[in-house]
Design a protein around this ligand. Structure first.
Ligand code: PLP
Length: 393
């Protein structure tokens, strides 16, 4: 099937594999098929490739190589970190997280609640910000772990990780950060930030889906989720050499070009956001616009249903997302926007645009041409047509 070119504004859902990453990966899917645990030379080459990838990922995070594990995805990393923290002391049966986490954390905490854990889900304000005093007050002797996002996948809002880390360190409680959206978009330097665990994922970084990373602080005890002999006994399962190699290359590219890319993404995002806010009445940006990822824009358009907008945008080759990709297809409004106090209607009227390495200014121009017309059309057909804001467009 021939695919037509698309304007892809859904880089928080997943990214296109970088051709440089693909090139590095391909030999490990064909001629170089050795098992990284085998003793002969093909196995030793695979092992060396995995270790080079570890070196590159640890360089990106500024940590020791021995502190980085490869997993199958961000979700596995998150599950491994939280479950490891819970398994260390049976008397610690309290977990602190937030009401705006990714479903990987939310669903694991739901499951642990059924198994008797007490879960504190810290709320956020209208801008998606955390109240640090509430975090500090929530920590008790029973707290096994604090698990929080670094950057929100839907709004891009950044949690104040330095202050969070200081609170957890002062209280002596383990801290896991879900940095799946942060790595590659904002500097993540763990030499200057004390955390116990940090999760990341390859497919948000121009590597393929199905490979992730978990940083485990060398001073923290770790219990594996998957038992086996690989990864020095900390993550069993034959290494996915090709994807790990790709992840390593992607990390190297981020180390080299991450800063310049973030600036480019911010300039495209800002041009898009300013253009839309100027052209479409009755729309507003969701989330704190100062402490935010440089690439993300979440906008509510009064009087529309985002599902309808997605279909019409798709017709024009524009890809974006309603809420997070994991909830697309369901009509339930985003739990993140609801936690920020948005009503169901405004939450359902929100679209997320997330920019990335391969976006061009022409794509932004295209979206600025198309989107206001689509919003106008949806509003004409809306039961609310005739209200002052909607009839202005
Ligand atoms: N955490 C956040 C913030 C995410 O955005 C995602 C993916 O969308 C995940 C975790 C899960 O990562 P993965 O898709 O690699 O399992």
């Amino acid at each position: 099937m021939k695919t037509r070119p698309i304007s892809y504004f859904d880089n928080n859902a997943t990214t296109r594999i970088d051709p440089v990453v693909l090139e590095e990966m391909l030999p490990w899917l064909s001629g170089e098929y050795g098992n990284a645990s085998s003793a002969y030379s093909a196995g030793r080459r695979a092992h060396a490739a995995v270790e080079l990838a570890r070196e590159r990922v640890s360089a990106l995070l500024n940590v020791r190589e021995s502190e980085v594990l490869f997993t199958s995805c961000g979700t596995e990393s998150i599950n491994s970190a939280i479950l490891s923290a819970c398994s260390l002391d049976p008397d610690k049966t309290h977990i602190i997280t937030s009401a705006v986490e990714h479903s990987a954390t939310m669903k694991l905490c739901d499951h642990l609640a059924q198994r008797g854990y007490e879960i504190t889900r810290l709320g956020v304000d209208a801008e998606g910000r955390l109240d640090l005093q509430k975090l500090e007050d929530a920590i008790t002797e029973e707290t096994a772990v604090v698990s929080l996002l670094w950057a929100n996948n839907e709004t891009g809002v950044l949690f104040p990780v330095r202050e969070i880390s200081e609170i957890c360190t002062a209280k002596g409680v383990l801290l896991h950060l879900d940095a799946v959206q942060a790595v590659g978009k904002v500097p993540v330097d763990l030499a200057t930030l004390e955390v116990s665990f940090l999760s990341l994922s390859g497919h948000k970084l121009y590597a393929p889906k199905g490979v992730g990373g978990l940083y485990v602080n060398r001073r923290v005890r770790f219990q594996p989720l998957l038992r086996g002999s690989q990864e020095r006994g900390r993550r069993g399962g034959t290494e996915n050499v090709a994807s790990i190699v790709a992840f390593g290359k992607a990390a190297e590219l981020e180390s080299l070009h991450g800063f310049a890319e973030a600036q480019k993404a911010a300039s495209l995002r800002d041009a898009f956001e300013d253009g839309i806010l100027g052209a479409v009445p009755g729309c507003s940006v969701n989330g704190d616009r100062t402490a935010r990822l440089p690439n993300t824009s979440n906008i509510s358009f009064d009087g529309i249903e985002s599902e309808g907008a997605l279909l019409l945008l798709d017709h024009h080759g524009i890809c974006c997302s309603a809420g997070s990709a994991c909830t697309t297809g369901s009509v339930t409004p985003s739990h993140v926007l609801r936690a920020m106090g948005l009503g169901n209607e405004r939450a359902r009227a929100s679209l997320r645009f997330s920019f990335g390495r391969f976006n061009q200014r022409e794509e932004v121009e295209h979206a600025l041409q198309v989107l206001p017309k689509i919003v106008g059309k949806l509003r004409e057909n809306s039961p609310l047509a005739g209200s002052p804001v909607l009839s202005a467009s």
